[in-house]
Write a new protein. Structure first.
Length: 205
């Protein structure tokens, strides 16, 4: 059983075995997120001010005929609500980028011979115990939008989970491939006669 708090404490303090590979978050990723969010926020706020200085300008197009009965002033209120909502979304994205930047040391991926612990500093750490994942239960896949994901199948319940990472640790594809390689090495090292991997408690896959 992998203890995520113990693993993360050792990894973040630097007092960990040499067999562990610790990947830390890229500071530049969060800086780019913060700059991008700040830039778009200024654009939206500037447009919001300019928009309200116009007397008759309307952003939302009246596509449906029955909407023509709505007055220009009502449309302007609707447009303001939409712009303010967009601004709030951008402010939240900016807040997250700044918060992640402040907690940069908390973000890490710890790849060990027996499993992986991923700390995104926003949720509970992700723990992948190789002993609980069958030899063919770990795969690197792509969805319809070409996003790289890690598919995990639990050896006992058969439950499938999928994990997706942004580029805070670099491109997720090579990182997932490294995890997949460690998983294969684990099962190769734990083979018993008959090519049956032995799991904790003597239960064979």
């Amino acid at each position: 059983m992998i203890s995520a708090p113990h693993v993360l404490a050792a990894a973040k303090s630097g007092q960990h075995p040499l067999t562990w590979h610790v990947v830390r978050a890229d500071k530049g990723h969060f800086i780019r997120e913060a700059i991008g969010s700040g830039f778009f926020l200024l654009l939206v706020l500037g447009f919001l001010v300019w928009f309200n200085l116009q007397d008759e300008f309307v952003v939302v197009l009246r596509i449906l005929a029955f909407l023509e009965a709505i007055s220009d002033q009502t449309w302007k209120i609707i447009d303001n609500v939409v712009l303010i909502f967009i601004a709030c979304c951008i402010i939240y994205a900016l807040y997250r980028a700044i918060r992640n930047l402040a907690a940069l040391e908390q973000h890490c991926v710890v790849i060990m011979p027996e499993g992986v612990v991923i700390d995104l500093a926003e949720k509970e750490p992700i723990v992948l115990d190789f002993a609980a994942i069958p030899p063919q239960g770990l795969q690197v896949i792509q969805d319809q939008n070409a996003n790289v994901k890690l598919r995990v199948i639990d050896a006992y319940s058969g439950q499938e989970r999928q994990y997706e990472l942004d580029q805070r640790f670099g491109k997720p594809g090579p990182l997932f491939e490294q995890i997949l390689q460690r998983h294969q090495m684990f099962h190769q090292a734990n083979q018993v006669p008959g090519n049956q991997p032995l799991y904790p408690g003597g239960v064979q896959a």
